[in-house]
Design a binder for this molecule. Sequence first.
Ligand SMILES: Nc1ncnc2c1ncn2[C@@H]1O[C@H](COP(=O)(O)OP(=O)(O)OP(=O)(O)O)[C@@H](O)[C@H]1O
Ligand SMILES: [Mg+2]
Length: 324
Amino acid sequence: MNEDRVLVRVEGLKKYFPITRGILIQRQVGAVQAVDGLTFDIYRGETLGLVGESGCGKTTAGRTILLLYRPTAGRVIFDGVDLTVLKGEALRRMRRRMQMIFQDPFASLNPRMTIARIIGEPIRVHKLAANRKEEIERVQELLRLVQLNPRFINRYPHEFSGGQRQRIGIARALASNPEFIVCDEPISALDVSIQAQIVNLLEDLQDQLGLTYLFIAHDLSMVRHICDRVAVMYLGRIVELAPKDELYDHPRCSRRSRCRTRRWNGAVGASFWRATSPARSTRRRAVGSAPAVLWPLSARTRSRSGGTWAGVTGWRAILRIANR
Ligand SMILES: Nc1ncnc2c1ncn2[C@@H]1O[C@H](COP(=O)(O)OP(=O)(O)OP(=O)(O)O)[C@@H](O)[C@H]1O
Ligand SMILES: [Mg+2]
């Protein structure tokens, strides 16, 4: 593959979250190895799917690639520039070119801000409009782009339906004219009837604006529909990366009895195995929940952490970092 075609290069990316104990003096007693050495390329204009069971580190990977989390190790090279060595203004300039669409459109929109302010925020932060009038015009243009009525501009998030709110989230991501967008399960919180509309919108926007997507998802039929290549993640690592048809028609996992992806649980595991290996008579029942990415803590601490830490970092906190 031609080097020029690579927009994002991820090399040995790791993100460990420290686990500390103590009240006054905090000491580190371990680490959550959420992302543990990812290496892959994302090509210009493609949609790379990132799938895997809950807790395997997809969201952390997406956020670390955008440098919303500082990587523990490894590099993210965006359009030839190593983001991990950038700081301050230089990083902010690169951040304009990369955005994120969040899973929960309601939680990711500030309920006290009007749509004009929410979508206008990246425009102001990155100084993309000369004055207030130009900013409003740009917000209205973005609302039209995501097929919302520009007259909604002074409404608040609670006045919209789930699908409309996700369109606002998409408009917000587009406000800084990005080239690369991490879509973190953008449809999983939506009603089934709305999901296809949002996916079609994302596809139209990609054609229109030449966007590159990292599409994190659980719904494998949707991944097959929208993605060009698919990466399967397990325990913070990529266990398989292939063009979608190859992955679905000839998954390595069905040939390798001990492949980790087989442990996918719930609907994901079931639908994946139904879709990929219909003839398998020895399909193992999916077991377990969040993978044990904690080290070196006890099983008790592990299960406790799986439930609470994932929710520690709120969407809005992340948005604040994105706009710094
Ligand atoms: N800020 C944090 N501090 C500590 N641990 C974290 C933090 N964020 C995530 N983790 C842990 O990292 C692991 C990966 O979490 P992550 O949210 O990336 O998983 P995921 O694959 O996106 O899961 P899901 O499919 O449920 O969204 C989990 O064990 C989680 O508890
Ligand atoms: Mg996630």
